[in-house]
Design a protein around this ligand. Structure first.
Ligand code: ADP
Ligand code: MG
Length: 206
């Protein structure tokens, strides 16, 4: 895709520090006078936020794996068309909290849907727009759980350690497959230490 902008996605298990580091990245980019568009997937548009509520609602225990997959892709497609593509065309830097790699790690890695099926679905949801760089913040599920906020658990946070471990393995698989795009960052250590690792992982694109 020929676009003037830069598309960065942040990935990793809940509590690994994505939101914290996204804030710091946005600050660093604004200091460089770049236009920054910060998004979260699922979400970020009117329709996508409605779908997000469905996905995270603990009451929706009856949701089957295929329904879950397609809702993520539906939310994503709307965000790509409405927010990401226009921003990239303007030359902005898009910083997105989760994207297609989450779907791979959770729906294929952890839920057990076939990788081929999830990749095909991702190909619809992303409307052909793939990240320039993806940062995977790598943290053990145990450490991530200690960090996660105690504001009650959503539908996915309630899944348990074995599930989170499979998510982590799914991300590691992606990093092996696409080492240029997917950059694993050791998320152990202080917020500042992790920030330094993140900025050096981005040094060739910023
Ligand atoms: P995510 O968005 O990946 O779920 P957050 O950025 O919300 O993770 O971080 C989860 C919690 O851990 C927050 O309370 C945050 O302040 C804290 N946190 C983030 N990074 C670190 C770190 N490097 N060391 C200790 N605590 C951290
Ligand atoms: Mg977050």
């Amino acid at each position: 895709m020929a676009s003037k902008g830069l598309f960065i996605t942040l990935e990793g298990v809940d509590g690994c520090g994505k939101s914290t580091q996204a804030d710091l990245l946005v600050d660093a980019l604004k200091a460089k006078s770049r236009e920054v568009v910060r998004l979260r997937d699922p979400g970020s548009t009117r329709l996508s936020e409605k779908i997000r509520l469905m996905l995270l609602d603990p009451a929706n225990k009856d949701m089957c794996d295929e329904c879950e997959l397609l809702l993520y892709e539906a939310a994503r497609a709307q965000m790509v068309r409405e927010a990401i593509q226009p921003a990239l065309e303007r030359g902005a830097v898009v910083v997105c909290d989760r994207y297609t790699d989450s779907t791979f790690a959770y729906q294929a890695g952890a839920r057990g849907l076939s990788s081929e099926l999830v990749q095909a679905a991702n190909g619809i949801g992303d409307c052909g727009v793939t990240p320039d760089v993806t940062l995977v913040f790598d943290l053990s599920p145990e450490e991530a759980l200690c960090r996660a906020t105690s504001e009650g658990t959503d539908r996915l946070e309630g899944e348990g350690m074995a599930f989170q471990r499979r998510v982590r393995e799914g991300y590691q698989q992606l990093a092996q497959k696409e080492p240029d795009r997917v950059r694993v960052i050791d998320a152990v250590g202080s917020i500042e230490v992790v920030r330094t690792r993140m900025m050096s992982a981005l040094s060739d694109v910023l």
